[in-house]
Design a protein around this ligand. Structure first.
Ligand SMILES: Nc1ncnc2c1ncn2[C@@H]1O[C@H](COP(=O)(O)OP(=O)(O)OP(=O)(O)O)[C@@H](O)[C@H]1O
Ligand SMILES: [Mg+2]
Length: 222
């Protein structure tokens, strides 16, 4: 479970510094999809960056329940972690899908999917991770390079990579912003389904009311 309590962050320098987010609360359970909906500049990416440990909050708490190697659950207080601890947290417990540049261009699709397992030393999850490429209809592209795939196929590969290390939390920032309507729909459908199957919590930022309509929870930012 992801719990965000009374979160606040200021960005900018000196006189231009201001609160970007303040007094923000949200909860996402495993297997659930939560959409952050709001106009450009409302702080969607900033919130994902906070939850994912890319930047630190000025106020409030972020807690993620994770499973230890022995299978027992514990709570990670993300707001209390040092920068080095946030790097480890992110690698181990979070999967990311962005609008652009999800895949490493010099690695094949299969190598991209296996990358999180190398970074976290979990080679035993490789077969299941590559099977997800099959499930998403892009198994035949395993030995191709990202540029040889369509945008929608690349995003499905990005979903497979984001879930390879079985993170309890998947963060997606405008994952369909770069796709036509048909591909966008397919990528969203696969995000919804894979999130449920993997038992992860998905937090997805979008401008699209249509995408928001299908989420379990919507948090509106303004
Ligand atoms: N490093 C920073 N320093 C100062 N201000 C920042 C910084 N990063 C973001 N901001 C400001 O914070 C606000 C929220 O930005 P953010 O990127 O989170 O919005 P967003 O909702 O993701 O927008 P979009 O839909 O365009 O992606 C914006 O006004 C932005 O200018
Ligand atoms: Mg953004």
């Amino acid at each position: 479970m992801l719990q965000v309590e009374d979160l606040g962050v200021r960005l900018g320098d000196g006189a231009t510094q201001r609160w970007i987010l303040r007094h923000l609360h949200l909860t996402a359970q495993r297997g659930e999809t939560l959409v952050l909906l709001g106009p450009s500049g409302s702080g969607k990416s900033t919130l994902l960056n906070l939850i994912g440990g890319l930047i630190a909050a000025d106020e409030g708490a972020i807690r993620l329940t994770v499973e230890g190697k022995d299978g027992t659950e514990r709570e990670v207080p993300v707001h209390e972690l040092s920068e080095a601890q946030r790097v480890a947290y992110r690698r181990r417990h979070v999967g990311f899908v962005f609008q652009f540049f999800n895949l490493v261009p010099t690695l094949t699709v299969g190598e991209n999917v296996l990358l999180p397992l190398e970074l976290t030393g979990q080679p035993h999850l490789a077969d299941a991770a590559l099977q997800r490429l099959e499930d998403l209809g892009i198994g035949a592209s395993r030995n191709r390079f990202p540029e040889q795939l369509s945008g929608g196929e690349q995003q499905r590969a990005a979903v497979a990579r984001a879930l390879a290390h079985r993170p309890p939390l998947l963060l997606a920032d405008e994952p369909t912003g770069n796709l036509d309507a048909a591909n966008a729909e397919r990528v969203v459908a696969c995000l919804w389904e894979e999130t449920r199957k993997a038992g992860a919590a998905l937090v997805l930022a979008t401008h699209s009311e249509r995408v928001a309509n299908e989420a379990d929870t919507v948090v509106a930012l303004r």
